[in-house]
Design a protein around this ligand. Structure first.
Ligand code: ADP
Ligand code: ASP
Ligand code: MG
Length: 442
């Protein structure tokens, strides 16, 4: 069985939903479908929660009313018969009354998570109603019945596998199995989610649990491009990526894939295919175990990075110094992205700056500390095994007019990363594309 995941834009209007219906039924084979909320809906639900945190129920109600109006209009465009239209309107009315019920009580992160989950609850119900109206054998499996995280907020794969397989058995003989991306329950049974953009993760976890023959991520672009298409002109789709390369690109900012999505597929050995809903014939990108030797595949950039440097001529050579430094970051649950050391100092970069103040205070026990905010990591990904000569030189050559704060190479066989100022990002990405992909075209 294949898993097909469709993002917000792909289900962003009744017309797009119909298009998704024809894509998932085209093979005639049983297929597992994961849907995001219609584009913009999760943002609106976050806005509702913001108003409720600020004790402004009128603001929340206004957003809810606008959403309800939009969804009620969609019903007439999506469904043809009075019967299915009435059923769907009734479901939506209940949903929006449920959302309004939160404007009356105490508001905590528990209520917030319940609210932001409703986008996927609504999109999947609309899709299954449409498919059933069309006579397709389709069933909606509620992600809250099988998608679970453990006490460390990591997906509980054995729970997912067991409960999903029971549900599939109970509904055998269906053509389309639909579920909500993004949403789950935590170890205490409360509604939770897999972080913004996390529907990709849902698809990959389901693919690994089934196990599926392929996990397809359908979005609004024809696969992973060789640079960020929002920043650089004339980027091109990459046909194939190794799991490691895809993971590096996703982690370092290629928004097309959620950073956590690659891991479950990789461990289960299931290929991931990135496809374009607007152009289903386009080849897209295949992510699997193959490695194309001696090729740079793509460049990505991650924003909002903070660099922290600690200088200590006294301490650095002493054993245990780095351990003490790392323990400080660990105690504030702040992962380190890049690291560079010298005889007298160590520089690190982090993307979660919520505890920078405390971390810096504690680091001051061990040396002189300086901080650079508003930085950006630019990451070149491909077969960068150290035996392949030339690539580092080309990458460095492309960066020759850009001030570089840190460089990281050799941590994996797949990347070379540069830490630069945010304002130099566009220039750096463009220059890397010009230099690295020009070599390729020669
Ligand atoms: P979805 O809502 O389907 O999950 P996303 O908006 O999360 O879609 O991801 C698709 C977007 O990712 C594209 O529209 C594109 O602008 C952006 N993107 C960023 N970097 C890349 C890249 N290297 N290749 C392709 N798309 C990228
Ligand atoms: N709807 C969620 C979001 O907007 C999850 C997703 O689309 O992947 O973040
Ligand atoms: Mg996405």
């Amino acid at each position: 069985m294949k898993v097909m995941k469709f993002g917000g834009t792909s289900v962003g209007s009744p017309e797009r939903m119909k298009n998704v219906a024809s894509l998932v039924t085209a093979s005639g084979k049983p297929t597992f479908v994961v849907l995001s909320a219609m584009s913009g809906t999760t943002n609106s639900l976050v806005e509702v929660s913001d108003y409720l945190y600020k004790k402004n129920p009128e603001g929340a109600n206004e957003v809810i009313n606008q959403l309800e109006k939009k969804y009620m209009q969609h019903v007439g465009e999506l469904l043809a018969t009075d019967e299915w239209q009435a059923k769907t309107r009734e479901f939506l009315a209940e949903e929006f009354n449920f959302l309004r019920s939160f404007t009356k009580d105490l508001f905590t992160s528990f209520e917030e998570k319940t609210i932001v989950a409703q986008g996927e609850v609504i999109s999947t119900r609309m899709m299954v109603n449409y498919l059933q109206e069309q006579g397709v054998k389709a069933v909606l499996l509620d992600a809250l019945d099988f998608m679970r995280t453990d006490k460390n907020s990591e997906p509980d794969l054995s729970f997912i596998r067991e409960h999903l397989s029971h549900l599939m058995e109970a509904h055998s003989g269906q053509q389309i199995y639909i579920t909500q991306g993004f949403i789950c329950r935590n170890a205490y049974g409360e509604i939770d989610n897999l972080q913004r953009g996390g529907s990709d993760y849902t698809a990959s976890l389901i693919g690994a649990a089934l196990p599926a023959e392929e996990i397809q991520i359908w979005t609004d672009i024809d696969g992973m491009h060789n640079n960020d298409p929002r920043v650089v002109e004339k980027t091109e789709a990459v046909r194939q990526l190794n799991f490691e390369e895809a993971a590096e690109l996703a982690y370092f900012g290629a928004k097309i894939l959620h950073p956590t999505c690659v891991q479950p597929a990789k461990y289960a050995g299931i290929p991931v295919r990135l496809k374009n809903t607007m152009d289903p014939q386009a080849e897209g990108t295949l992510i699997d175990n193959e490695i194309e030797h001696g090729r740079i595949k793509a460049i990505a950039a991650k924003d909002n990075i903070t660099a922290i440097k600690i200088k200590s001529s006294r301490m650095l050579l002493a054993t245990g110094f780095l351990r003490k430094v790392f323990e400080i970051f660990e105690s504030y649950q702040t992962p380190i992205d890049m690291i560079a050391t010298s005889e007298v100092g160590v520089s690190m970069s982090i993307d979660n700056d919520s505890h920078v103040g405390e971390i810096v205070d504690e680091l001051k026990k061990y040396g002189t500390v300086s901080v650079d905010a508003d930085m950006c990591i630019v990451c070149v990904v491909g077969d960068l095994d150290w035996n392949n000569v030339g690539f580092e030189t080309w990458a460095l050559d492309a960066m020759k007019s850009i001030p570089v704060r840190m460089i990281s190479y050799g941590g994996s066989n797949y990347n070379i990363s540069f830490l630069i100022r945010k304002e130099d990002k566009q220039r750096a990405l463009q220059s890397l594309s010009d230099v690295l992909f020009e070599h390729e075209h020669k």
